[in-house]
Design a protein around this ligand. Structure first.
Ligand code: ADP
Length: 175
């Protein structure tokens, strides 16, 4: 689907295989690797990624930091710790929005034309996926309102159920 100058797609797949300028890592605040998509990205990128991450000094929740992609087909990785779901009254929505927004802006600042995101915070961090998808698409729409280097956004889901949720949220904002 086209949102101004941005092509937005929701796909099912393994984000570590995507040939895009940058993939986003749903990291934790240490930026030193973990389980889920974080572990998969570090395994596929190789130990040089961890070495670069050690120089970053971690990141606050909602912040985004960029590294090389090493053995990944993607040129770069943007690492953003999404919020841990604590029931919804701990600023989770604003923090998740910040993760998406800061990642989009950082990609554009680094002249990336294409970016792929996983479903940030909805795995081990337990953010409810319907709300997460709505927040994600809201930030993409807002970002698409101003021109930038970024032309393509892929949301890479890891189950068809998740894919349906993001597809629904995409349709909802396009209207
Ligand atoms: P968080 O701690 O932010 O919740 P997780 O890695 O636990 O991060 O989960 C985020 C999402 O990433 C989940 O939907 C999970 O199924 C998905 N995921 C796990 N591995 C991959 C992968 N290789 N590619 C894309 N998505 C993945």
């Amino acid at each position: 689907m086209q949102l101004n100058s941005l092509q937005v797609e929701v796909i099912l797949g393994d984000i570590t295989t995507l040939e895009v300028d940058v993939i986003v890592n749903a990291a934790n605040t240490s930026l030193l690797g973990g389980g889920g998509v974080d572990g998969a990205i570090h395994r596929a990128a190789g130990s040089d990624l961890l070495q670069e991450c050690r120089t970053l000094g971690g990141a606050r929740t909602g912040q985004a930091k960029i590294t090389g992609g090493y053995n990944l087909p993607a040129k770069h990785v943007i690492h953003t710790p999404g919020p841990i779901w604590r029931g919804g009254r701990s600023g989770e929505n604003a923090l998740l929005a910040a993760s998406w927004r800061n990642s989009l802006h950082l990609a554009a600042e680094n002249n990336c034309h294409s970016i792929a995101f996983p479903s940030i915070s909805t795995g081990v961090f337990r953010f409810p996926i319907a709300e997460a998808a709505q927040i994600a698409l809201g930030e993409i729409k807002e970002f698409a309102a101003s021109p930038s280097a970024l032309k393509s956004v892929i949301i890479c889901c890891f189950s068809s159920k998740d894919q349906q949720v993001y597809q629904h949220a995409l349709k909802a904002i396009a209207n």
